[in-house]
Design a protein. Structure first.
Length: 92
């Protein structure tokens, strides 16, 4: 089970090569996998990537990324995410 998060990331990366569109659901699952793998920095990059590619960031997105930051003791990043979530009204 320990390596399953890595498998999830690999599948996510394969999507691009297979021309499968990345959606908020696939990003959320990948960010959640980052949390399980203690990869908070990757989780933050995926949230930023969602903005670049105009993929909707929801409360689920932010919750998963905030949890990843929390696991790593990165409360400053968690607070920034809360602010971003509020600005984007992602709780709706």
């Amino acid at each position: 089970k320990a390596g399953q998060w890595q498998h999830a990331l690999a599948l996510f990366q394969e999507m691009e090569g297979c021309r499968i569109p990345r959606t908020s659901i696939t990003y959320n699952a990948t960010i959640s996998a980052c949390e399980k793998g203690h990869e908070w920095e990757r989780a933050l990059r995926f949230v930023a990537e969602m903005e670049v590619f105009d993929v909707e960031r929801s409360a689920i997105t932010y919750n998963a990324c905030i949890a990843a930051c929390d696991e790593a003791g990165q409360w400053q990043h968690a607070l920034l995410l809360l602010g971003d979530m509020s600005r984007n009204q992602a709780w709706l």
